[in-house]
Design a protein around this ligand. Sequence first.
Ligand SMILES: *[C@@H]1O[C@H](CO)[C@@H](O)[C@H](O)[C@H]1NC(C)=O
Length: 234
Amino acid sequence: MLRCTPSLLCIMLALAAGAQAARVNLRGLSMANDEELVVGFPRPPHDQHALMARWLVHQTSWGVLSTLDRDTGEPMGGVLSHSDGSRHDASGRLFFYMSPMDELTQNIVAHANCTFTVSEDQIHTSTDPTTSTSSSSLPAYRPCAGLDPEEPPCARATLLGHLAPVPPAEQPRAQQALFARHPRMADWPADHHFTFYELHVSSLHLLSWYGGMALVEGADYYAARPEGQPQLMR
Ligand SMILES: *[C@@H]1O[C@H](CO)[C@@H](O)[C@H](O)[C@H]1NC(C)=O
């Protein structure tokens, strides 16, 4: 049984100070302004469309949800944070934490079909697939650096499906995924009644290279498995 003794406290404080120093170092060495961008999976080849979509969903932390206005039926989009798992767990399941005070949530309650779009341009650093290790002497690899977000090699995916509340038995899973990537969510006000939602992907549109959009079935998206181990990124 671990007891919190003064010496243990000292060790914890030292570790915390070390982690803080590492973060400062990380910021100084790379373009990363988000200390979450530390561990990632290698970028898949652009022609492996289901895998690329899985990679994009996992490496990004937010996207744009497109809904239909509950009153007028007109399009309405908005920024929404998502997570498919911790940095070590790329499950592909898209979890969200939504408040009924948000117009997007109200639209979803009225009409659950929606799309969710993510762009690789959001990813500040990633591992270069041509190098097996990310040595601190290598420059950060940024596939979208120098590209316009609309240019095809800067990958993006629009996922189509319906958003549904996560059933009680699955809520710990959703919470674990979201709070690992969005720790501030744990402190969001209780009176905003945030609820876990999941996007059930029926199909998706992916652009990751020249030659037009690829269409991927939801079943193929969920069946794809990100390859390799999570690695340290800078
Ligand atoms: C939602 O999408 C599904 C298929 O993706 C479709 O069968 C269904 O009719 C849609 N629902 C509405 C209300 O449009």
